[in-house]
Each structure stands twice: as structure tokens, then as C-alpha cells.
Design a protein around this ligand. Structure first.
Ligand code: ATP
Length: 460
């Protein structure tokens, strides 16, 4: 992260505004709030579930439906402890930690310059004469637990810190049963757990989060070609779903940043309100993982090509994304404020495929047969897309609410509707209102949902 490049206070979107909107509109709540909260864990409410669900579905769509060389997997969170020995996590999945003997707080030694130490006025750890920092020591980020009813006699296990290892240990199963040969990929979405020393920035860094990871197994000579392929694919996934290209960049790791097994890693970075930060890592992992698991398990993890009679350990290209971080990026990118008819309007200009609700159906008044007709329209749309029926409060208030949850279209039923079978269709971004026949409504909305989408100009 480079805080000096963080957006200035003149920018419309701030993390505080996102946190407030998420709470106000039921996207994301601090977890265990009635007990005072438990640091940096969050619960997703109705719209948050729909939003993150759409992010994950779009990822699956790009991995599975739009190609034929990737298969899905859902591996267990609890795995054999040897998995983490082989992967190197037990010995090396550590962050350097320092304690401050004065204030009792703990910090990541490599982030001291970015972290506040809690003093007012705000200082970084180690910046004042009072600070008394210990030497850095390594802290393993894996959560430990035991399998079995009695703690002492149970065997130690770890909550997985990434989903990737579940893929490597299933390489042989998938190869046997999926009738795939390299180049092919195995994709997985699921929870991962890391006992982060300094979680924070809302859902950017939490101790429990969801990852979307894909391991792409290739003949060694093709590794570089596929690495380039996935860099381009992943960047275009974000932009095709509406992230502004000038808020997105690829940053290649410096040689001293690279993991020992990686011959190349690039991060997709997004310009969050906290500055440029990692959204996804794309790594050329060589044959490290399969070789390690073959050695530790005694199983052969390789591919025999019946045509060339060649036997080899495939190399792996890994695009590893975070579902929560991506959700946060979509929220931040979509957030906008503007003035309409002298009133401030907050709007999430989400891509329609990412938006939690696609259409809101609203009777103008709660009488004259309008609610009945509106419900009928809503029930007709509901099986075809996520729709919402809303009759409470003034129409202006209802529009504001739908704008804040990013609903791209609003359908209003008025006195004319009951006479001539037409409704108004309001566009969230342009605010255009088209009169449209009820018969044609569902088809029109489906057409708009499928159409290429241009990120509207933001005020930010
Ligand atoms: P960071 O440098 O931010 O700690 P990382 O390089 O350790 O991340 P990876 O191990 O490459 O992350 O994980 C892949 C992706 O998983 C990240 O790009 C991010 O989107 C997500 N991710 C990792 N750790 C967290 C976390 N603590 N909270 C939320 N998402 C996370």
C-alpha cells in the first residue's frame, strides 16, 4: 500500500461512508455487536449476502460457464496437519510481530509506518519517546484447534489459511475423474482463516474471509504463456464488471518480495480509500506444491501424456482473489453522491449483474388497485430476477432507498397503469423514465441485464 497515493479528502467516497451505508442499508454489520463486538469480524445482512453472492457467481461464471478447461471443487476446511507441513505453512506462514511494552498493543513489524498506534494526536508505533517496542518475532497466522472430543488426546488441526492446498491434495482425484489433461484448472470458493496481527479497514483484512482461488495446471514449457493469459483475464474480469480501469493496476512483485517457490507474481491492486492495495495475487508457482505433496504423502502427483509418452509434474498458475475484498472494491467503486432537484442523492452505481436487487416494483399510492397490480407484476418478475416489492413511504424515499442499495431499475405503477397496462421504468443512473407496456417489461429488463454495460461517470 502506498498511503501517499490515497485519495484526498476531497474525494466523494471514504471508508467511513461505506461502513455507514453498509450498516444503514443492511449489507454488513459488525459481528457479535450486542456483546460489544469481536475485533474485525463481520456479519453479512440480506443485501450483503446477495451482493457477495453475485461476486462469487460472476467468478464461477468466468471460471466454469465461459470456459471448458476448469472444474469445480469444495474441499474441507479441516485437513490433515501434514498438508500444512508440506505446503510450508507450519514453518513459514508467519508475520513479524512487535509488542509495545508501554501501551500493550501488537503490530506487524513490516507495517509500522502505515499503522496508527492509538495515541492522540495520531502517531505510528515507535514514533514517540514513550514507545517501547520489542524485537520482531515470527507469529504463525494459522488458527489451531483439535480434532476429537478430548482436547489433550485429540490431534492438532488447523483451520485452512487458504483454499489452494485443498486443490493440490485433490489433484490426483480430479485428474482421474474429470477426464482433463493439462492445461486445465481446478477452482474453489470458500472460507479461509488467518489470525492476522492487525486486521482492519472494514472487510479489507479480517481473520475469517472468503477466497476465490483457481489452480491452473500446465505443461512446464507453457507456464509463462498461461501466466500472461491469467493476468489479462483477471484484469478484464474486474473491468467488465464495472471497476474503473484507472482505479485498477497490475503490480509485479520485486524479486525480494517473491515467495521462494514463485518465479513471478503480480498483484491486481485497486485504489481503495486507504490507497493502492492488493485485490488479488496471480502467481507462477512452478511445480512446488505438487512436488511437496508428492514427497510428504508418498503419492505420485504427475501427469502421463499418452500421446508423447512423457511424464511430468505440471506447473501451476494461481489467480487467488478475495471475495470480501472484491465486494469492498465493488462497493467503493460504485459509491457516488450527487444533487438532484436540490437534494443530495447517494447512489451505488453497481454493475447490474453485481447489484443485489435488479428491480424494485412500487405502487405510487396504496389504493385504487395499484398495490394489487404492482404485486402481480412483482410476482411475475420474481422467478426471472432478484426483485423487490416496496410500498412503504413516499415514492421519493423509496427511490432513495433503492439508489442506496444499487438497484438499477425501478418500476412504478400509477393511475395510468390500471387504465392502459403501462408502467414507468426508471433508470438508476440516468434517471430516465420510460413508459413501457407491462407485457414487455420482463423482456426489456432481461435485455438490459444482458447488454454490455458502461460504467457511468462518477462524481468521485
Ligand atoms: P495481504 O498481503 O493483503 O496479507 P496475501 O498476499 O497474504 O494478502 P494471498 O495469500 O495471496 O494474500 O491471498 C489471496 C487473496 O485473498 C488476497 O489477494 C485477498 O484478496 C484475500 N485475502 C488474504 N488475506 C485476507 C484477509 N485477512 N482478509 C480478507 N481477504 C484476504
Amino acid at each position: 500500500m502506498t498511503p501517499e497515493q490515497a485519495p484526498t479528502s476531497a474525494d466523494v467516497v471514504t471508508m467511513d461512508k461505506i461502513v455507514a451505508l453498509c450498516k444503514r442499508r443492511g449489507f454488513i454489520f459488525p459481528s457479535s455487536e450486542i456483546y460489544g463486538g469481536v475485533g474485525s469480524t463481520y456479519d453479512f445482512g440480506h443485501y450483503g449476502v446477495l451482493l457477495k453472492g453475485n461476486v462469487k457467481n460472476e467468478w464461477w461464471r468466468a471460471m466454469l460457464r465461459e470456459r471448458e478447461d476448469i472444474v469445480a471443487l469444495a474441499s474441507a476446511i479441516l485437513q490433515h496437519p501434514r498438508v500444512w507441513e508440506a505446503s510450508g505453512h507450519l514453518a513459514g506462514f508467519t508475520d513479524p510481530l512487535v509488542d509495545c511494552k508501554t501501551c500493550g498493543q501488537r503490530f506487524r513489524a513490516d507495517h509500522l509506518g502505515d499503522l496508527p498506534c492509538g495515541r492522540k494526536p495520531s502517531k505510528h508505533p515507535g514514533e514517540t519517546d514513550d514507545c517501547d517496542l520489542t524485537e520482531a518475532r515470527d507469529f504463525n497466522l494459522m488458527f489451531e484447534t483439535t480434532i476429537g472430543p478430548v482436547k489433550e488426546s485429540g490431534s492438532v488441526a488447523y483451520l485452512r489459511p487458504e483454499t489452494a492446498q485443498g486443490i493440490f491434495i485433490n489433484f490426483k482425484n480430479v485428474l482421474q475423474f474429470s477426464r482433463k489433461k493439462p492445461p486445465f484448472g481446478i477452482a474453489q470458493v470458500g472460507k479461509s482463516f488467518r489470525n492476522e496481527i492487525t486486521p482492519g479497514n472494514f472487510i479489507f483484512r479480517t481473520r475469517e474471509f472468503e477466497q476465490m482461488e483457481m489452480e491452473f495446471f500446465v505443461p512446464p514449457a507453457e507456464a509463462l504463456k498461461w501466466f500472461e493469459h491469467w493476468l489479462a483475464e483477471r484484469m478484464s474480469w474486474y473491468t467488465s464488471l464495472g471497476l474503473r480501469p484507472d482505479h485498477l493496476r497490475l503490480r509485479a512483485h520485486d524479486p525480494d518480495e517473491l515467495s521462494h517457490y514463485s518465479s513471478g507474481t503480480s498483484d491486481v491492486e485497486y485504489l481503495f480509500p486507504i490507497g493502492w492495495s492488493e485485490l488479488e495475487g496471480i502467481a507462477n508457482r512452478g511445480n512446488f506444491d505438487l512436488t511437496q505433496h508428492a514427497e510428504f504423502s508418498g503419492e505420485k502427483l504427475e501427469y502421463f501424456d499418452p500421446e508423447t509418452k512423457e511424464r511430468y509434474v505440471p506447473h501451476v498458475i494461481e489467480p487467488a482473489a478475495g471475495a470480501d475484498r472484491a465486494t469492498l472494491a465493488f462497493l467503493v467503486d460504485a459509491y457516488d453522491e450527487e444533487e438532484v432537484a436540490g437534494e443530495k442523492r447517494t447512489v451505488l452505481r453497481l454493475h447490474p449483474r453485481i447489484a443485489p436487487v435488479k428491480v424494485a416494483v412500487m405502487p405510487l399510492v396504496k389504493k385504487d388497485g395499484q398495490p394489487e397490480l404492482a404485486r402481480e407484476i412483482y410476482e411475475g418478475l420474481r422467478p426471472r430476477m432478484q426483485a423487490e416489492y416496496d410500498e412503504g413511504g413516499s415514492i421519493g424515499k423509496r427511490y432513495r432507498r433503492q439508489d442506496e442499495i444499487g438497484t438499477p431499475w425501478g418500476v412504478t405503477i400509477d393511475h395510468q397503469s390500471t387504465d392502459d397496462g403501462t408502467v414507468t421504468l426508471r433508470d438508476r443512473d440516468s434517471l430516465a423514465q420510460d413508459r413501457i407496456e407491462i407485457e414487455a417489461l420482463a423482456g426489456e429488463l432481461e435485455k438490459r441485464l444482458a447488454a454490455p454495460w458502461q460504467t457511468p461517470k462518477l462524481n468521485a
